[in-house]
Design a protein around this ligand. Structure first.
Ligand code: NAP
Length: 443
C-alpha cells in the first residue's frame, strides 16, 4: 500500500469535519490531522447554534463518527500563527485545508455603534453558548426594549433567546449566567429591524414559525407592512404566509413581545454613557434591472428608545496569517476550494457566511475532490517527514487530543444529566484544560 496522504484540516466546525470525512472515505489512504484553536471541536455547532435547537446540534453525532475513523487525529488548543505557522503546516503536510469559518461580524458603519449596550450578535451568541473567550463580556440586560438589527436566522436566534422563558431555557445547555440574565431582565419588547420588505427577509420559515410558538412572548407584525408584498421564492412565500398569520393575531398579553419592523434601517445609535435610543430611517424598495430589490432611504425618520442593540447583519472572514486573503469578500480567494495545489479552503472562509450546516457537506466534498485530483496528478508533496506532534512538543505546547475532548465531553454531560440538560458546559480555558488533562495528550 502506498504511503498515506497527510492532510491538515485547520478548523473543526462543520466544514472541517465534512472535509475530514470526505478525505477519510477517499479511495486512497489518507491521514487527517485536525488543528483547532479551542480545546473543543464542532465550531458553530457547539458555540453558534442556539441552545434551544438541540436537533440542529445533533449533527455533532456525524462528526463523532468521522473522528472515530482510523487516520483521524485532533490537535486542540493549537492556534495557527501563535503555535504553528501556515508555512510550517505546508512543510509538514501534503495538503492543508483551511476551514476556519468567518470569525468576526460585519459592521453597520453608523455613529454610536461602539457605545456600551451595542453588541455584535456574534458576541451575544458566543456568550450564551459558553465560548471561553466571551464569558467576561458585561452583558447588562437591564432594559425594557432591545433592538436586533438584521433579518437573518442569527437575528431570529438572538431575538428568540431574549424572549424565551426560564422554563424553556432550563433544559438547554445555555450558560447559567445567560439563563439568569435573560430571566431577570425586565425586557418587554424585542424589536427586529429588517432593512428590506417581508418578501426579502433572509430568515427561513421554520425559524420564523418558532417565533410564534413561544411560551411567554407575543409576536407582533403590522399588517400594513405586508401590503403588496409578493413572494420571490418558496421560502419567501412561506414566510409571507406566516407573517400574515402573525399580523392577524391579537396580542395575548404575554410577558414579552417580539416586534417585526420592515423597510427600516438604523442611522445612529445614541446615548450619554450607553445606548439609550436608536434612530431609524424608513426605506422604500426599488428593483433594479436585474430584479434585485434594494432599500433606498426616504426622509422619514423615527427614534426608538432602547437600552440594547444587537447588530446581526452577517459574519465576516478574517485573514489567516501566511495565506492569501480577499479583503473585499472576506474570503480566501479560491477556485471551487483550491487556492493552489496543496492549499485548499472549505466552508465560510471559501464561499462567505451563507447556507446552513448541511451546505458545508457539499462544499467540503467539492474541495476534497480537487485535492484528491491534485494528489493523483502527483502535485502534492510535503517537504518534511517531521510530525506536527513533535514540533508542538519541542515548543512545550499542551495539545488537547481527541481523548482530551472526550474527557471534557463526559464531564459536561455528567454535569448536565441530573438536571435533565444535555450538558453543562465548561466555560473557561482553565476548566476545559483541566478536564482534558484527566487523560494523556496523545490518542
Ligand atoms: P444572513 O442570513 O446573511 O442575514 C443577514 C441579514 O442582515 C439580512 O437580512 C441582511 O439584509 C441584513 N443586513 C446586511 N447588512 C445590513 C445593514 N447594513 N443594515 C441592515 N441590515 C443589513 O446572515 P446571518 O443571519 O448572520 O446568518 C448566516 C448564515 O447562517 C445564514 O445562511 C443563515 O441561514 C445561517 N443560520 C442558520 C440557522 C438555522 O438554520 N436555524 C441559524 C443561524 C444562522 P439584506 O437581505 O437586505 O442584505
Amino acid at each position: 500500500m502506498s504511503e498515506p496522504l497527510r492532510v491538515a484540516v485547520v478548523g473543526s466546525g462543520p466544514a472541517g469535519f465534512y472535509a475530514a470525512g470526505a478525505l477519510l472515505s477517499a479511495d486512497l489512504p489518507v491521514e487527517v490531522d485536525m488543528v483547532e484553536r479551542l480545546p473543543t471541536p464542532w465550531g458553530l455547532v457547539r458555540l453558534g447554534v442556539a441552545p434551544d435547537h438541540p436537533n440542529i446540534k445533533a449533527v455533532s453525532r456525524a462528526f463523532e463518527r468521522i473522528a472515530a475513523q482510523p487516520g483521524f487525529r485532533f490537535f486542540g488548543n493549537v492556534e495557527l500563527g501563535r503555535d504553528v505557522t501556515a508555512e510550517e503546516l505546508a512543510r509538514l503536510y501534503d495538503a492543508v485545508v483551511y476551514a476556519v469559518g468567518a470569525q468576526t461580524d460585519r459592521r453597520l458603519g453608523i455613529p454610536g455603534e461602539d457605545l456600551p449596550g451595542s453588541w455584535a450578535a456574534t458576541e451575544f451568541v458566543a456568550w450564551y453558548n459558553g465560548h471561553p473567550d466571551y464569558q467576561s463580556l458585561p452583558f447588562d440586560l437591564n432594559t425594557e426594549r432591545a433592538v436586533v438589527v438584521g433579518a437573518g436566522n442569527v437575528a431570529l436566534d438572538v431575538a428568540r433567546m431574549l424572549a424565551l422563558s426560564p422554563e424553556e431555557l432550563a433544559p438547554t445547555d445555555t450558560t447559567d449566567a445567560a439563563i439568569a440574565a435573560i430571566a431577570e431582565s425586565p425586557l418587554r419588547e424585542i424589536v427586529v429591524l429588517a432593512r428590506r420588505g417581508p418578501a426579502q427577509a433572509a430568515f427561513t420559515t421554520p425559524e420564523l414559525k418558532e417565533m410564534g410558538e413561544l411560551a411567554d412572548a407575543d409576536v407582533v407584525v403590522d399588517p400594513a407592512d405586508l401590503e403588496g408584498a409578493v413572494g420571490t421564492d418558496t421560502n419567501s412565500e412561506r414566510n409571507l404566509e406566516v407573517l400574515r398569520e402573525y399580523a392577524g393575531r391579537a396580542p395575548a398579553g404575554r410577558g414579552r413581545a417580539v416586534v417585526f419592523r420592515f423597510c427600516v434601517s438604523p442611522v445612529a445609535i445614541r446615548g450619554t454613557d450607553r445606548v439609550e435610543e436608536i434612530e431609524i430611517v424608513h426605506n422604500e424598495l426599488v428593483a433594479d434591472e436585474g430584479g434585485n430589490v434594494r432599500a433606498v432611504a426616504t426622509d422619514r425618520r423615527e427614534t426608538i428608545p432602547c437600552g440594547l442593540v444587537f447588530r446581526s447583519v452577517g459574519y465576516r472572514g478574517v485573514p489567516v496569517p501566511g495565506v492569501p486573503f480577499d479583503d473585499a469578500g472576506g474570503v480566501i480567494p479560491n477556485d471551487r476550494g483550491r487556492v493552489a495545489p496543496g492549499l485548499y479552503v472549505a466552508g465560510w472562509i471559501k464561499r462567505g457566511p451563507t447556507g446552513v450546516i448541511g451546505t458545508n457537506k457539499k462544499d467540503a466534498t467539492e474541495t476534497v475532490e480537487l485535492l484528491l485530483e491534485d494528489a493523483r496528478a502527483g502535485l502534492l508533496a510535503r517537504e518534511s517527514d517531521e510530525r506536527l506532534e513533535s514540533l508542538l512538543q519541542e515548543r512545550g505546547l499542551e495539545v488537547v487530543a481527541y481523548a482530551g475532548w472526550e474527557a471534557i465531553d463526559r464531564n459536561e454531560r455528567a454535569r448536565g444529566e441530573p438536571l435533565g440538560r444535555p450538558r453543562v458546559k465548561l466555560c473557561s480555558w482553565e476548566e476545559l484544560l483541566d478536564a482534558a488533562r484527566g487523560v494523556g495528550v496523545s490518542r
